[in-house]
Design a binder for this molecule. Structure first.
Ligand SMILES: Cc1ncc(C[n+]2csc(CCOP(=O)(O)OP(=O)(O)O)c2C)c(N)n1
Length: 679
């Protein structure tokens, strides 16, 4: 049974083979997972025992014979990645981490499954539990994010070579994962790019919450994956030899692999096995007793027989030598390469970044271009792509519209992963998930573009970027009715507000080229936070005409244009409406109403500033009016109950953009009038 391990790693150093049967037979090792899962769920009075019990055989084979990882160094850069896409089966991964010897995952943590502060939350959470690679639970996200991990692996392999980067990405996915629409985008992208190091183990149990899968599905998953360019096979997911043979084969193909593992959910449960009754509820004392009997498992709850635990712990040590050999290779690598590898994997930025940003800012302030911020963003990328080579761009088939590609960026293809630009195709959701995967893998900084209105198509993954605290940068152009003739289907209205509602997400809407450069700098420096950069289609004047090295956008909002005397009014604006606010200011001051203009490129960052700064910018004793070509939601904290808002209250229309601004009353006159009414 040790043959599979001999081909377990594609790296120069293979993890040492452990014959599981030397210490405890496969069945008992798998039963340890089953027992922990059913006992933990029973103890918590909630959770999902069925999936871990059904996939215990597959997980045992994968982790004892194939996976390359190190419990004492869970973040080892060249470890195989494992994503439990079916996050509801979290007890599967918690059991594995405990059994394999991840120090923090004590039996008490298993006992405390789903309790406050435990390392065993209801669904797996990255950074919370060592050994968990991503936060899963929303079905479809895990498998789709894994595409980004597998892509990052190939891209970093192209940059740093087999000695440093050479690992697999394994996924356990359920029926639900494969039914979700995002999986279509993900598997077709993976198939197109021939991500051969991606291996999906599909828990082909034919059961979902409502009952038998055939209530809602009659498709052929294997045919679907094959059509997308995957290698596929179907096996008995309770036959360890078949599982091992399938993984062994999957490692050698030049395509991503799907292994459909026919399993019985709740394996061993006398009345609930094979039924949705074991999916998401405790089995109950009687059923658990019957399961113990059926499995031949006599140990008390949360007790693992010593020989079984020993066998698991030995499996946990399999890759120790491979890890040491890898560390030696890293030490022996040329100094510059080693440093670059360590820097990018740590996520730290090159020292030259600030100078590069300031060079751009100075040039913009000197030249005072009238450009769309999407074009300014392209100019910024041209200035930064070589300084920050770990930047990986892309677009969901709108490269020329989003202006996301720097001149020096070469396309990534299935034959050549050395580039840094990805053609995601018309797959916004898959793109956002893949970006998360790259950010989770580490070593690359992903950014990707589409129209702001289609941020809705990325939203579930954007929310996960924020929840997982990962630096993904969303470049959303065509950010208002200012896009003009494409009309209301393409004109975002509620999107800024909707994105601002996501915690831990910085939403930038720069007013000119200088603020665009500042937004990029801040997005890159936000190591544990994703950013959105909303950009215009239409040209905007340069409003920051005097250069300063200080990143004024860093505090979210700042006084762009002071009043000509004791300010009576304050105008807040973002992006393309800053120009309108400045024109209104002129009008008002000509009438003797001293007015200041505050540019607010990032409301999220502004609201995090100390109260004194906020008050100084808001000036509650002035008449306050905000202008943004979107809905009012979110501006209340700045304008208060008595303030004015000039923006949109419904959907846009199809017309040249200047007419639209007139039609919807987003004009300097309207802003000035809103002030006059409140004086
Ligand atoms: C996007 C999303 N929709 C719904 C759910 C709720 N949910 C959790 S598991 C599940 C389906 C269960 O079926 P399957 O994926 O086959 O898992 P199994 O029953 O085999 O464990 C659903 C609908 C979810 N977690 N994510």
């Amino acid at each position: 049974m040790s043959t599979a391990a001999d081909t377990a790693s594609a790296g120069a150093d293979k993890p040492v083979s452990t014959s599981s049967s030397a210490n405890a037979d496969h069945a008992m090792m798998a039963n340890a997972i089953r027992a922990l899962a059913m006992d933990a769920v029973e103890n918590a009075k909630s959770g999902h025992p069925g999936m871990p019990m059904g996939m215990a055989d597959v997980a045992t084979v994968l982790f004892t014979r194939f996976m390359k990882f190190c419990p004492r160094d869970p973040n080892w850069a060249d470890r195989d990645r494992f994503v439990l896409s079916a996050g509801h089966g979290s007890m599967l991964i918690y059991s594995l981490l405990h059994l394999l010897g991840y120090e923090d995952m004590t039996i008490d943590q298993i006992r405390n499954f789903r309790q406050m502060g435990s390392l065993t939350p209801g669904h797996p959470e990255v950074d919370h539990t060592p050994g968990v690679e991503m936060t899963t639970g929303p079905l479809g996200q895990g498998i789709s994010t894994s595409v980004g991990m597998a892509l990052a692996e190939r891209m970093l392999n192209a940059r740093f070579g087999d000695d440093l980067v050479n690992h697999f990405t394994y996924v356990i996915a359920s029926d639900g994962d494969l039914m979700e629409g995002i999986s279509h985008e993900a598997i077709s992208l993976a198939g197109h790019l021939k991500l051969s190091r991606m291996i999906v183990l599909f828990d082909d149990n034919g059961i979902t919450i409502d009952g038998a899968l055939d209530l809602s599905e009659s498709g052929d998953q294997l045919a679907r994956f094959e059509a997308a360019g995957w290698d596929t096979t179907r096996i008995d997911g309770h036959d360890p030899d078949a599982i091992a043979a399938a993984i062994e084969h999957a490692q050698t193909t030049d395509k991503p692999s799907l292994i459909a593992c026919k399993t019985r959910i709740g394996f061993g449960a006398p009345t609930k096995e094979g039924t949705s009754g074991s999916h998401g509820a405790p089995l109950g004392a009687e059923e658990i007793e019957g399961t113990r009997k059926a499995l031949g498992w006599s140990a008390a709850p949360f007790e693992i027989p010593q020989n079984v635990l020993d066998a698991w712990r030995v499996a946990g040590l399999r890759a120790s030598k491979a890890r040491t050999a890898w560390a030696e290779r890293l030490d022996a690598a040329p100094e510059a390469q080693r440093r670059e590898f360590e820097r990018t994997m740590a996520g730290s930025l090159p020292n030259e970044l600030h100078a590069a940003v300031n060079k751009l800012k100075r040039a913009f302030s000197d030249d005072k271009p009238s450009v769309a911020t999407r074009k300014a963003s392209e100019n910024v990328l041209n200035g930064l792509a070589d300084v920050v080579p770990e930047l990986v761009g892309g677009s969901a088939d709108l490269t020329g519209s989003n202006n996301t590609r720097a001149k020096s960026q070469k396309s990534v293809t299935a034959d050549d992963f050395s580039g840094s630009y990805i053609h995601y195709g018309i797959r916004e959701h898959g793109m956002a998930a893949a970006m998360n995967g790259m950010a989770l893998h580490k070593g690359l900084i992903p950014y990707g573009g589409t129209f702001l209105v289609f941020s809705d198509y990325c939203r579930p993954s954007v929310r996960l970027s924020a929840l997982m605290e990962r630096r993904a940068i969303y470049v959303f152009s065509h950010d208002s009715i200012g896009l003009g003739e494409d009309g209301p289907t393409h004109q975002p209205v509620e999107h800024m507000a909707a994105l601002r509602a996501i915690p831990n997400l910085n939403v930038f809407r720069p007013a000119d080229a200088v603020e665009t450069a500042e937004a990029w700098e801040l997005a890159l420096k936000a190591l544990d936070r994703p950013s959105v950069i909303a950009l215009t289609r239409q040209n905007l004047p340069t409003v920051r005409t005097k250069h300063t090295d200080e990143n004024l956008s860093a505090r979210g909002g700042y006084e762009l244009s002071p009043a000509d005397g004791d300010a009576k009014a304050t105008l807040f604006a973002t992006g393309s409406e800053v120009e309108i606010a400045l024109a209104a200011q002129k009008q008002l001051q000509a009438e003797g109403v001293s007015t200041r203009v505050v540019s607010m490129p990032c409301l999220d960052l502004f609201l995090e500033q100390p109260a004194a700064y906020r008050e100084d910018i808001i000036r509650p004793n002035t008449v306050r009016v905000a202008v943004e070509a979107g809905i009012e939601q979110g501006w209340g904290r700045l304008i208060g109950d008595s303030g004015g808002f000039v923006g949109m209250t419904g959907f846009g229309a199809s017309a040249p953009y200047k007419q639209l601004y007139e039609h919807f009353g987003i004009t300097p006159d309207a802003v000035a009038q809103a002030v006059r009414e409140r004086l």
